[in-house]
Design a protein around this ligand. Sequence first.
Ligand code: 5RP
Length: 270
Amino acid sequence: MALSTCSFAKARGQAFKIATRSKTSRAMTTVRAAALSQDELKKQAAWKAVEYVKSDSVIGLGTGSTAAFAVDRIGQLLKDGVLKNIIAVPTSIRTYEQALSLGIPLATLDEQPLLDVAIDGADEVDPNLDVVKGRGGALLREKMVEMASKKFVCIVDESKLVKGLGGSKLAMPVEVVQFCWKYNLERLQNLPEVKGCRAELRLENGKPYVTDNSNYIVDLYFEEPIKDAHAAAKAILALEGVVDHGLFMDMVDVCIIAGSTGVEVQERKK
Ligand code: 5RP
């Protein structure tokens, strides 16, 4: 089991322990869809996920273009009076600003340490419903909020499906402290658990990208899927100066995948 998930297991409580013990199985529901753009697919997944949000609940709001559709939808349902008495914990400053503009009541984990449901996108989803997150840079707050939620509903379009994590050849982010980031970049690249990866400091307009938590991001690129993502997660987090990483292992309870043949709901069986 990844050290990251261990360290958050307390907040997630019994539900998490059950989830890690049980074998992932797939209860599938399919709703037909016509040929749609990627944005339309994201919106379909997001709207389906919002069905998990009930009145009188505390919810986590994810970050990214898919999650933004869910935030918009929740704002609209609140405005229409369909949803009532919702308190939301955003996973980034970006999402905080979007939710604020929609009039969604907001809190932090300090005030609301236990959430009913969190909805968020992902960059990669493997067949076990383990995911890579954080290409949008919000991985730390996302992991904190999603581990504090009784249910984590992940929303993606089918382009995010991979056979193994790291398999998309796009970035797997690691948030590191700014202090001696080069030292940690080298150490990350040399970890046997991520052997063969290329590590790069994330840049924005030619300068290091700075997260909402004032840290940097080192992106790891893989030629082949990571052999043992649990072992990689543990090894990465064990490096001093690493704050967290984008491997979200054993965390997703429900994954909603919108594709050309419809919207599929996959559940991790408890
Ligand atoms: C941000 C994230 C996003 O959820 C992830 O990058 C997916 O983004 P998008 O929905 O825009 O494809 O982890 O840190």
